[in-house]
Design a binder for this molecule. Structure first.
Ligand SMILES: [Zn+2]
Ligand SMILES: [Zn+2]
Ligand SMILES: [Zn+2]
Length: 130
């Protein structure tokens, strides 16, 4: 049996593994790309919305997931262990998302240190553009 890193992390931090937390952790472990609470509610019917939001808040606090973008009032997140730095594109109609490579945009001059960037592309996916 392979260990679920999310459950391990919760245990390490002495957080109780409730049923919604466990179910979302298992789903999240297999999930690639960005996701939102509605997607979880569609996939895991036994968890109510409130528990989903609370679990996502907790996972965010525990640095398991990171908020990426808010679109039409829906917050999208991504798992923190998702490989290297990259960017996202999201369909504004159906909320289908994809991860995309970074083209490393360069800036010429700034007085800022510890530079970082994030980038979100929005558009219509092939299905929605028809
Ligand atoms: Zn779409
Ligand atoms: Zn991604
Ligand atoms: Zn980048």
């Amino acid at each position: 049996m392979n260990n679920n890193w999310i459950i391990e992390k919760l245990k390490e931090n002495k957080i109780k593994i409730t049923i919604p937390r466990q179910k979302i952790a298992i789903w999240l472990d297999k999930k690639n790309g960005i996701f939102c609470a509605s997607e979880i509610n569609k996939k895991i019917k036994t968890i109510d919305r409130v528990s989903t939001y609370r679990t996502l808040d907790l996972f965010q606090k525990e640095k398991i997931i990171t908020p990426i973008i808010s679109l039409n009032g829906e917050q999208f997140y991504e798992k923190n262990n998702d490989n290297e730095h990259h960017h996202h594109i999201i369909c504004t109609k159906c909320h289908k998302t994809e991860c995309i490579e970074c083209t490393k945009p360069k800036i010429k001059k700034t007085n800022f240190k510890n530079l970082n960037h994030s980038l979100i592309f929005t558009g219509l996916c092939q299905t929605c553009a028809k």
